[in-house]
Design a protein around this ligand. Structure first.
Ligand code: NOJ
Length: 735
């Protein structure tokens, strides 16, 4: 449709029809087909249901074709429905959780995975995914860290932008493409105390400097929608924050797409205590720029009365409706309301071999080797290895958001071992349950039943197996429902039963290789102490188990880097490598005196820092050299380093460049990641890696809140992780 046709359509709509376009209902309402049950509780009538412009959570070509047909036939103007769903790390073929994907430091691969997810989703009739989540997260207590890109603005932004490109391609109208909804704008990843849905306390400078860049990267990549966050910023919930949604998002960032509230967030302005009733909530959200109300009756029940009472200009409604219609138009729904839904394609695409292979490749690349004493990994003789642990025999490897995937399609480690020639006869034992029987694990979509393993017997069997084996691969981790939405934790250790298993195995066999399955960084001091090798597998998806087996055997080599540090313990949180300098930095020497910024009982540094990850080989870095020692505004220089594979196996190294501004008008971080590059080198091979540093990379929000660079000295660090000390200095000259 042309722009004028959309305008013409808008002008023909009645107030009820317009408001209907601003409403998204949950799947359960449609499954019922009429205004009973939950719909009735929400006070919705049959007419409300007939006019609602969008549904979330419905999926499946056959079902959605029928629904679209019936809906459009009934709709007075035959406007198609918009279907959205949470496709977070794959639909039927499940990829590693987004946090794991960000550890690949490989935006092209992230993009490829998102593009596969889009294809599978589009064939099932969905038009938009609620992804990516670009919420910077520095606190592993927050369960949703699994859905984002970790603690660094640059890596989070690269990951989110890559997902947008993968989902949307060049044009969301194209076959196999879907719209991307960036979320949760803004600061949702900074809830106080790490507790989900809690409020964020961020200065405007911190918000702009650290939290907004990742969202901006996704907006620049062209995301079609944005979802405001649940939290308050400066005491205003985002769904009512006109400064955030209009001044920052639309004016500063130039976003012109549609804004949809998070689930019931408009109604939640009442418990937030900034709206007295639904009318006020509707007024505040529409005024702030929320176009569509997800899963709440607030818009549908109140907007008309507000217009009639003269409290809301009709123009506000028209603008919001136009944005909804524009999105439908961009998706091509007016020409083809079914877009790509196709039952044949569904069965051809879902979980096809190519998609499974991509999922395996992605899992392999997302694994992070945290420890490898004596190069125990890869295993030379897998035959003498026992595979033990609760993660040996589970298909729950998908991450809490994989709500449309079937666990039955996911390989367990046990079946992956059985399928591999070298491990088909490997002895296995579960050793204990995934969670303690008294654990408070709650399900997201359904109740969790914690399996009744006979602990004493399971432990005995496992220990007996371990005693006979040369090495033990111990598959441990957090239950997948312990991360994700509404899954915050105040303790980050492994369950008691797993720690007991670790102890019992360590008593009989010192050669322990831990495979760690988790949706968030954990406190793994016990594992670090007892295991010789630790391979972090995250929640790796459909093919994660085969990826793990191949990596243990050395058929794949780990190259992932932590996009989020593993803390020493919970007491360090929140934690991030790019922290500000203090007036009393800690020298690292505890005996040097009391008055340094430190803890009395724990170290300042995390157990494993941002950017960290080992490989099966070793890399040596030469000195950092600069093409010139000073630059002017608008100028730049090249920083280079020679990287050599000094180990015995080929490997991939992620070369990381950090910058430190030595002095600014406001306190500057100790260092900030500005670029990275991956190089694959054979043993003995060297490569010169060069990075361009432009003056624009030195900019920050100065004392006047102007985004600019300040003359002075800068240090460039280039190395394998955020602790690298290899560096060189240059000066940004006065004009
Ligand atoms: C609430 C979550 O915060 C959001 O991320 C998600 O997309 C919506 N529910 C829809 O399921």
């Amino acid at each position: 449709m042309q722009e004028q046709e959309l305008q013409a359509l808008l002008s023909q709509l009645s107030p009820e029809e317009k408001i209907g376009q601003l409403v998204q209902l949950p799947a359960s309402f449609q499954e019922e087909g009429n205004a009973t049950g939950p719909a009735m509780q929400m006070g919705l009538t049959q007419e409300d249901l007939a006019l609602a412009g969008s549904y979330l959570g419905l999926i499946g070509a056959k079902k959605l074709r029928k629904l679209q047909e019936t809906y459009m036939a009934r709709h007075p103007h035959h406007i198609p429905l918009l279907f959205m769903a949470d496709i977070i790390n794959g639909y039927r073929t499940v990829f590693p959780i987004p946090l794991a994907q960000s550890c690949m430091f490989d935006p092209a691969l992230v993009e490829a995975c998102a593009s596969i997810a889009a294809k599978e989703t589009a064939a099932s009739g969905v038009h938009v995914t609620f992804s990516p989540m670009a919420d910077l997260s520095r606190d592993a207590r927050w369960g949703r860290v699994m859905e984002g890109g970790g603690e660094d603005p640059f890596v989070s932004g690269q990951t989110a932008a890559a997902m947008v490109r993968g989902y949307q391609g060049k044009d969301i109208r194209d076959k196999g493409k879907i719209g991307a909804c960036l979320k949760h704008f803004a600061g949702y990843g900074a809830p106080e105390g790490g507790r989900d849905y809690n409020n964020a306390e961020l200065s405007e400078r911190t918000l702009r400097e650290d939290y907004l860049p990742a969202y901006r990267a996704a907006v620049d990549a062209g995301c079609a929608l944005v979802m405001p966050s649940f939290n308050t910023l400066d005491r205003v919930p985002s769904a009512a924050n006109a400064w955030l949604l209009k001044d920052i998002l639309r004016k500063e960032m130039g976003f012109s797409g549609m804004v949809i509230s998070d689930w019931s967030a408009v109604a939640e302005l009442i418990p937030h205590g900034i709206a007295r009733d639904e009318k006020e909530a509707a007024y505040l959200a529409l005024r702030a720029g929320v176009d569509m109300d997800m899963s709440s009756p607030v818009y549908i029940k109140n907007l008309k009365a507000l217009v009639e009472a003269g409290k809301i200009p009709l123009q506000w409604i028209d603008e919001a409706v136009l944005r909804v219609l524009t999105l439908k138009n961009k998706l091509g729904l007016f020409e083809n309301p079914f877009k790509d839904l196709d039952e044949n394609e569904e069965s051809a695409l879902h979980l096809c071999e190519a998609h499974r292979q991509a999922a395996r490749k992605c899992a392999e690349k997302s694994f992070v080797l945290l420890k490898n004493e004596g190069s125990l990994l890869p295993l030379a003789e897998p035959g003498e290895t026992a595979w033990i642990g609760p993660y040996v025999d589970t298909q729950m490897l998908n991450g809490a958001w994989s709500i449309f995937a079937d666990d039955g399609d996911t390989l367990s480690l046990r079946s992956a071992l059985a399928l591999h020639e070298k491990t088909k006869n490997a002895p296995t034992a579960v050793g204990c349950a995934i969670a303690d029987p008294d654990s408070p694990v709650q399900g997201f979509m359904s109740a969790v039943s914690l399996s009744g393993v006979d602990e004493a017997q399971a432990l005995r069997e496992a220990a007996a197996l371990a005693q006979k084996a040369k090495n033990v691969v111990l598959a441990l981790g957090e239950h997948r429902e312990c991360s994700g939405e509404a899954a915050s934790r105040g303790t980050l250790t492994l369950p008691k039963c797993q720690l007991k298993l670790l102890d019992s195995i360590a008593e009989v066999n010192p050669n322990i290789i831990v495979l760690l399955f988790t949706g968030r960084p954990l406190d793994i001091r016990a594992v670090q102490e007892k295991a010789k090798a630790i391979l972090l597998c995250w929640l790796p998806g459909t093919e994660g188990a085969s990826a793990a087996v191949r990596t243990v055997l050395g058929e794949a080599s780990p190259s992932g880097r932590l996009s989020m540090a593993f803390p020493y313990c919970v007491g360090q949180l929140p934690l991030h490598y790019n922290h500000l300098r203090t007036g009393r930095p800690y020298s690292g020497d505890y005996k040097a005196g009391r008055f340094g910024s430190k803890y009395q009982d724990i170290p300042n540094d995390p157990l494993y820092p941002f950017g960290f990850g080992l490989t099966y080989t070793e890399f040596a870095y030469g000195p950092v050299t600069l093409s010139q020692s000073s630059i002017k505004k608008g100028g730049g220089l090249t920083a280079s380093v020679t990287v050599t594979n000094v180990g015995k196996r080929p490997g991939e190294e992620t070369v990381q460049l950090y910058l430190r501004d030595e002095c600014g008008s406001v306190a500057r971080p100790v260092r900030t990641l500005k670029a990275f590059e991956q190089v694959t080198l054979k043993p003995g091979e060297s490569r010169r890696v060069s990075f361009r540093i432009d003056e624009s990379m030195l900019r920050f929000y100065d004392i006047h809140m102007a985004y600019t660079s300040e003359p002075g000295d800068f240090t460039v660090f280039i190395g394998p992780d955020s602790r690298t000390e290899k560096g060189a200095r240059f000066t940004l000259k006065e004009e």
